[in-house]
Design a protein around this ligand. Structure first.
Ligand code: ADP
Ligand code: MG
Length: 451
């Protein structure tokens, strides 16, 4: 019932209030007309009581758990929080303390109420990941285990994971769902070691029904945490409990993660989120505009402005959203309709940053660093293979990643002829098929240069 009530509260109190005040609440018991909640701090209790009592009572009643009075008591963890010698912490500190204390009680990190399946826009680049996430969120029998989602920054991995958790909390409130980032996992593990609580830690994580760990690339090089993660992972998968993992790259490309762990991670379903295309970006903008409609009444953003943004801001969805938010803020400040001109003025810096192109010089530097050669050898005359091959790769990358012509590229490689560049491009294209090490290197360099 509390799960259901919480979902309703997300709309009645607003997302920010929900996140700060309602989500840290835990319903301890309900009986005799009284609902007992545990709160992270007494301040949070007073605040919730004063501001959200009506909404809470209503939501509980609608969820079939009627009460006429609310009671709040401070969770024990909060009194043990460090720094409570400070008698009147500023509000921000209180909120942070509340969040930290709430985290101590529940293994799950807090979820962003906005990240639901409804607010997720599906397009070709994320279709597969979306379908897989939906499937897992049905929570029936476990089919893909683990589900491994990967893709670049801001493509919606965290959004999908939260959406799964939200959906399960509505449809399957009986399941214990835990979502946290890999660094939170590590933080908890390290704390458990320090506080002699490894048994509790193990029990806690091995008793969940659905475990989601976000951004596992952060476990790189953290050997003991990896080990513990691996045991947790195996224990859950063996019990047929759903595990969902995300990372910024494929399991095979995770660096400093033990091979047996990486290979176990890809034993279920691996799906990637591709970079967005124009259509998807426009769809996301349109969706956001529809969602913002109530917050910014009377403030219109024309379709041509959205199309412009979708064309020009291609890096990541977060930047796209930032641009839109800025336009709204600006528009409501100056009280004007947001025209294309106004948008261009207001977003110069964002637009300039997303226009940033890779230069031939950056490519030369990256390639020479990768192969431990001198930058001057890129433009110098040496023809030994250990130098000529990387030089050809740099030429190839220059052709792929910049808009320079062959003669222009040649000139930047110490005045070489355009036919030399053409030959390099052809040669590397051939080698890419035959030499997987070279293909990997190229891919890695390209990703690094485009980041
Ligand atoms: P990641 O975890 O992959 O770095 P996030 O899930 O944090 O990315 O997404 C970044 C932002 O972009 C979030 O605000 C998210 O809601 C939004 N976003 C990304 N993809 C989509 C999508 N397909 N539809 C709607 N919003 C999206
Ligand atoms: Mg993320």
């Amino acid at each position: 019932a509390w799960g259901k009530a919480k979902v309703a509260l997300q709309t009645t109190v607003g997302q920010n209030n929900y996140k700060n005040w309602i989500s840290p609440l835990q319903l301890m018991s309900i009986g005799g007309g009284v609902a007992h909640f545990s709160v992270p701090t007494s301040f949070a209790g007073t605040w919730v009581e004063r501001n959200f009592s009506d909404q809470l009572l209503h939501a509980l009643a609608d969820a079939g758990a009627g009460a006429h009075r609310l009671d709040f008591s401070v969770a024990e963890a909060a009194t043990a929080a460090p720094n409570n010698t400070n008698a009147t912490p500023p509000p921000a500190a209180r909120i942070a303390a509340a969040a930290a204390a709430a985290e101590k009680d529940q293994p799950s990190a807090s979820l962003d109420a906005r990240f639901t399946f409804d607010s997720f826009v599906v397009g070709k680049p994320n279709q597969l990941a979306y379908s897989a996430a939906r499937r897992v969120a049905e929570g029936g029998h476990v089919t893909f285990n683990p589900l491994f989602l990967y893709g670049g920054v801001g493509l919606g991995k965290t959004h999908l994971m939260h959406a799964i958790a939200h959906q399960l909390s509505v449809d399957r409130p009986d399941l214990k769902v835990v979502y946290l980032s890999a660094d939170q996992f590590m933080y908890r593990f390290v704390r458990a070691l320090r506080e002699d609580g490894t048994m509790e830690f193990k029990e806690l994580f091995r008793s969940v029904d659905v475990l989601m760990v976000d951004d596992v690339q952060f476990l790189a090089g953290k050997n003991s945490t990896q080990e513990e993660f691996f045991h947790t992972f195996n224990a859950l998968v063996d019990q047929n409990k759903q595990v969902i993992i995300s990372a910024d790259r494929a399991p095979t490309e995770l660096k400093k993660i033990e091979d047996r762990i990486a290979s176990r991670l890809q034993s279920g379903l691996v799906v990637d989120l591709h970079p967005t295309d124009y259509e998807l970006r426009l769809g996301i903008l349109q969706k956001k505009v529809a969602l913002y409609k109530n917050d910014y009444q009377g403030l219109e953003i024309g379709e041509n402005v959205l199309e412009f943004l979708a064309h020009r801001i291609t890096s990541n969805v977060r930047v796209l959203e930032g641009a839109l938010t800025r336009l709204y803020a600006f528009g409501s400040l100056v009280g004007k309709e947001i025209t294309l001109d106004l948008a261009q003025d207001c977003l110069v810096d964002i637009l300039r940053a997303s226009d940033r192109k890779v230069t031939v010089e950056e490519i030369q530097r990256a390639v020479s660093e990768h192969y431990n050669m001198r930058l001057s050898d890129m433009i110098g005359p040496k023809r030994h293979r250990t130098i000529a091959r990387p030089r050809q790769m740099a030429m190839y990358l220059a052709k792929q990643l910049t808009s320079r012509s062959l003669p222009e590229i040649g000139r930047r490689f110490g005045g070489r002829d355009h036919t030399t560049v053409m030959h390099a491009v052809k040669r590397i294209d051939e080698l890419k098929l035959a030499d997987s090490q070279l293909a990997d290197d190229l891919q890695m360099l390209q990703r690094m240069l485009e980041a």
